[in-house]
Design a binder for this molecule. Structure first.
Ligand code: USQ
Length: 382
């Protein structure tokens, strides 16, 4: 298939581009380096430098023989969007082109506005571009498990049947996000659902949990092809942060009681889930939703796992509960359904001691790059 990856420079975008070309698809990537620029502005650079998209595609061509076409520009600008769709006719669009950080969205008014305008306008432009240029194309959108929040009942896979005064109807599962970033994802889902109903678009919305890891089949032998690895409070996800903290001798930053439970997945499973969705498209007029994670952990469980494996590396890992900068439930019920992707053929990678060891070994190589001041700055959500 011809696949257009929006946000192709990101933590997940670039690994997806390599993975899809290695599996026979023709890929073009689009990015405006939003994440690189925001990280530079906020002084939270990733653990190691990664080459720009042009260089990455050259390196990938050199090592694998596969081509990836690159478009650099802002998908909020319609002229640019029209130019991309004029040059590359996709069968599917994978939409990662969003400001992806919950803490960044809660930093200040400017960050909030950027998150809102980028995420909503890009999603709207994707919808308009599909309608205008490729109405049969499949939109694969990366949503988030955070759209549902942490309700006191089981979380279904996107939809809920409601019985009310003797009648039944099916609705999107109630959403109550915990950050502005997560709220933009709820808005994205609503936009997509509206236009699925209006224009019979073909959409898959992947409600993804926090992702960890660095290695995929395509980059294991060449560190120049690794994705960004953020460990700072703004852009680092919790397990990646704990690994870096363990290596740095920084007590693991468990926020509050540490009972916050989420559904996690290895970056290799993100690639599988996206490819399974791509190769088994939804129907015209269908908004298909999958909950994309493989196992749930509380923050305390993650910290204990990292401590236990870290200590086998003689890192003497300490865990410290600190006042929670976020406003979230710290002790709650969490039981989301996640069978859809397994039924499509997902073969999960679990968080084993070996996976944690491999991440620790890699981070140890870049130990000198760790900047302690990036680890915690206390962005208050209240
Ligand atoms: N946490 C700590 N200590 C830390 C960092 C995080 O206790 O040092 C806690 C948080 O308070 C939260 C949990 O760990 O309860 C997960 O936090 P996170 O920063 O790993 O994940 P989150 O902010 O929810 O966002 C990440 C991605 C986002 C994606 C989301 C999936 O950045 O793009 O949508 O995971 S989910 O969490 O399921 O909504």
């Amino acid at each position: 298939m011809n696949v257009l990856i929006l946000g192709g420079d990101g933590y997940l975008g670039w690994p997806t581009a390599m993975n899809l070309t290695a599996n026979g698809h023709t890929v073009a990537v689009v990015d405006n380096y939003l994440r690189r620029n925001v990280c530079r502005e906020e002084d939270v650079e990733p653990l190691f430098d990664v080459p720009n998209l042009h260089e990455r595609t050259r390196l990938w061509k050199e090592t694998s023989g596969y081509n990836v076409q690159v478009f650099i520009g802002d998908l909020r600008q319609w002229d640019f969007v029209a130019d991309v769709f004029g040059q590359f006719v996709p069968d599917a669009i994978i939409h990662y082109a969003e400001q992806p950080s919950a803490p960044y969205s809660m930093l200040n008014r400017r960050a909030a506005t950027l998150t809102l305008s980028n995420n909503i306008e890009v999603t709207a432009n994707v919808i308009f571009a599909v309608r205008e240029f490729v109405p049969e194309a499949h939109i694969i959108k990366i949503g988030t498990m955070g759209e549902y929040g942490t309700p006191d009942i089981d979380i279904e896979e996107g939809w809920l049947d409601i019985e009310h005064k003797g009648r039944r109807s099916r609705f999107l599962y109630p959403r109550q996000a915990g950050s502005l970033y997560h709220t933009t994802k709820v808005m994205d889902t609503d936009l997509l659902w509206f236009y699925v109903r209006m224009w019979d678009l073909r959409v898959t919305d992947l409600m993804q949990g926090p992702v960890y890891g660095l290695f995929t089949d395509e980059n294991e032998k060449d560190s120049r092809l690794l994705p960004f690895f953020n460990y700072d409070e703004l852009f680092g996800t919790v397990l990646n942060r704990f690994i870096v903290q363990a290596v740095d001798g920084y007590p693991l930053t468990v926020y509050g009681k540490g009972g916050q439970t989420r559904g996690y997945l290895d970056i290799r499973d993100t690639l599988q889930c996206v490819r399974l969705s791509l190769e088994n498209p939804s129907k015209a007029g269908e908004l298909r939703i999958f909950n994309q994670f493989v196992e749930t952990f509380s923050v305390n469980q993650l910290a204990e796992k990292v401590q236990q494996v870290g200590n086998q590396f003689n890192l003497n890992v300490e865990i410290r509960s600190i006042e929670n900068p976020r406003k979230e439930a710290e002790d709650h019920y969490y039981n989301p359904v996640h069978t859809g992707l397994l039924e499509l053929g997902l073969k999960p990678h679990y968080l084993t001691d070996d996976v944690i060891s491999q991440m620790l070994e890699t981070v140890i190589k870049y130990k000198d790059n760790i900047k302690k001041t990036s680890i915690f700055r206390g962005v208050k959500w209240k």
